[in-house]
Ligand binder design. Sequence first.
Ligand SMILES: [Zn+2]
Length: 69
Amino acid sequence: MQNKSPEVHSACGDRLADAYRYPRVLYKGREVLFCTIDCLKQYQKDPEGFMHGDVIHTNSNKSTLIEDS
Ligand SMILES: [Zn+2]
């Protein structure tokens, strides 16, 4: 029943089709993926906070909108 690449969710809640392309860590024994390296860095600063959704992460993967910084 599984002939396409499994779809997983990133720590940020995004759906990722090709999981192997994304950075990952082990969090409490399970694999957690990140949509970008930036997300991973945010996670590393505060793993607990990130996993509880307290960390606003920069998602540069989702859109190509002009950066307003
Ligand atoms: Zn993310």
